[in-house]
Design a protein around this ligand. Structure first.
Ligand code: ATP
Ligand code: MG
Length: 566
């Protein structure tokens, strides 16, 4: 039975305990072998890389077993939710390459049904209106080892409860004046079963239902029933919801509709080193201007990663690599960087670009002459072919690639020394030009015409190959280099220190005057490139009106891969 649902290319879920459970359910014919998952974000911020893990898991699992995955907005709290977030979330899920078909839902779609269910609970003596405020209710909750106190309103009559709840709905009370609570057990060892609040009064307009409602179901009262009504077979969620499961089950028991219920499976949320991932904290960074918006390329949001030059495939590969576990842990951010590097290495167009330009004049190269050098577009992919790179008498090289007085281990350009210009010629530095402050402004070099293409004419060796750009043909660009947003591995892990204390003051470096070979002219925003020797870059959407802006996605050096070899 299980094989029938398995995508042939995909191996069974050997390393994924969720997939193992699903395969067992399919084999046992549970829910007629259906697999139906959902991704349930709250539209109160932009999605981050942690959500990407959940998206890949939910949509990926449905894909793997020929099932379906719904996108459902958990919009039960109108005061924090906005349409902007609803839209960005859909864009992000689609960008990652997933499709919810016609199954876009909102918890608010179920407000009527949830209200009727609440009425039913009241009628069955399973819910009551409490006149106490949230603080008092919370103070009566007890502790895990001590039972709670019953509310003085716990035993009011069904009629009185119905009357009060309808008045709540009609707006007769102000916020916080009344709540509806499930009547379960104030002595339950599970704190979530101690008469949880299921409805509260909130007088904020809702992004979808407007002012139709002034009472809203609590997340815990909505989530499980939404799953149930949508026919979800596997409710995959993060570990903190494990203790809520008995409550969700209790609600479904009260519905008493069919024997079916979703199977909730919990997994450990993704934590990444040097990264803060709570929407609330990310919101703080945005609102207080510590970053330039939700899609600032230093943020861990999906929209920021996209802008920075991450590819959907890289993120999906990352999610696959980290797998799922039942134990909270911290994933090294280097693994995320490794994933994008690995994908871009296979796919990115190579070009040459100079970030800190130093001018080189080839004194024995005829003035006015130009040549086109043959360059490989991607050594990892023959199908990407070759391109022509213009060469002329004046070039830019990287300032760092020259030292007037080099230490022993510096093999690049220095007075009297010969190096190779990639795809072009061997050049030798013959003269260093400086300004009145002693700063090097220009190098005079000679080239060897017999070394065309960068090939040694007589077997003589050079120890370095430099990238370069022809001054006359170069495209000027602004380049933005990024470093980690936080200097601490676990910025939220310090009890008495605010996480913002660990913000890296050097996380953004803007280089206003860089020169790139003309191949990049006309490339669309978000196009990916490898600047040889410097890293992977992409075109930032700020590139408008003739201005060209690049983001460095990631450097070339793969620290993660190196660590694995050790
Ligand atoms: P945050 O704490 O960042 O605000 P959240 O859990 O409140 O996140 P939701 O919008 O409720 O955000 O999350 C939608 C789904 O994404 C949930 O199923 C949640 O479990 C999952 N999710 C959120 N954060 C992570 C994470 N770091 N790793 C894996 N899954 C996550
Ligand atoms: Mg949440």
């Amino acid at each position: 039975m299980a094989e029938k649902h398995l995508n042939e290319k995909d191996p069974p879920g050997k390393n994924n305990f969720i997939h193992l459970q699903i395969e067992k359910d399919i084999a046992e014919g549970r829910n007629q072998g259906r697999v139906h998952t959902r991704f349930p974000p709250e539209p109160n911020g932009y999605l981050h890389i942690g959500h990407a893990k959940s998206i890949c898991l939910n949509f990926g699992t449905a894909e793997k077993y020929g099932g379906k995955c719904n996108l459902r907005f958990d919009d039960t709290n109108p005061s924090k939710e906005e349409t902007e977030y609803v839209e960005s979330i859909q864009e992000d899920v689609r960008w990652l390459g997933f499709d919810w078909g016609d199954r876009l839902f909102y918890a608010s779609d179920y407000f009527d049904k949830l209200f009727e269910f609440a009425i039913r609970l009241i009628k069955n003596g399973k819910a009551y209106v409490d006149d106490q405020d949230a603080e008092t209710i919370s103070s009566q909750k007890g502790t895990p080892t001590r039972p709670g106190f019953e509310s003085p309103h716990r035993n009011r009559s069904i009629d009185e409860n119905l009357d009060l709840f309808l008045k709540m709905k009609e707006g007769a009370f102000s916020e916080g004046e009344r709540v509806l609570r499930a009547k379960i057990d104030m002595a339950s060892p599970n704190m979530h079963m101690r008469d949880p609040i299921i409805y509260r009064i909130m007088k904020s307009p809702h992004h979808r239902t407007g002012d139709k409602w002034c009472i809203y179901p609590m997340y815990d009262f909505a989530h499980g029933q939404c799953d149930y009504w949508e026919g979800i077979t596997h409710s995959i969620c993060t570990l903190e919801f494990e203790v809520h499961r008995p409550l969700y089950d209790w609600f479904i028991d009260q519905l008493q509709e069919t024997g079916y219920r979703p199977r909730q499976i919990e997994f450990a949320r993704l934590n990444l080193s040097y990264t803060v991932m709570s929407k609330r904290k990310l919101m703080e960074l945005v609102k207080d201007g510590h970053v330039n918006g939700w899609d600032d390329p230093r943020m861990p949001t999906i929209s920021a990663l996209r802008r920075r030059g991450y590819t959907p495939q890289a993120i999906r590969n990352f999610a696959e690599k980290i797998g799922v576990t039942k134990v909270d842990g911290m994933i090294d951010v280097l693994l995320l960087e490794h994933s994008v590097r690995e994908h871009l290495n296979k796919t990115a167009q190579r070009v040459m670009g100079v970030l800190n330009p130093l001018k080189v004049v080839i004194t024995n190269y005829p003035e006015g002459q130009e040549e086109e050098m043959d360059a490989v577009n991607n050594p990892e992919d023959e199908n990407m072919g070759m391109r022509k790179v213009p060469f002329s008498r004046e070039l830019y090289i990287e300032r760092d690639d020259f030292m007037e007085d080099p230490p022993r281990k510096f093999f690049r350009l220095a007075p009297g020394r010969e190096v190779r210009l990639r795809y072009a010629y061997f050049i030798t530095c013959v003269n260093v030009v400086k300004d009145e402050n002693g700063r090097v402004t220009e190098l005079h070099c000679t080239y060897d015409p017999a070394s065309k293409g960068g090939n040694s004419p007589d077997g003589r060796k050079v120890k370095a190959t430099l990238h370069w750009v022809s001054v006359k043909h170069a495209v000027k660009a602004e380049v933005r280099l990024y470093d980690r947003l936080f200097t601490d591995e676990d910025p939220l892990g310090h009890k008495d220190v605010d996480f913002k204390e660990f913000m890296n003051p050097d996380s953004l470096k803007v280089l206003p005057e860089c020169y790139i070979e003309p191949f990049v002219k006309g490339a669309k925003p978000l196009s990916h490139f490898q600047f040889e020797r410097l890293g992977y870059f992409n075109i930032d959407p700020d590139s408008t009106g003739g201005k060209l802006v690049f983001n460095r996605t990631v450097r070339l050096r793969d620290t993660w891969a190196k660590q694995q070899k050790r």
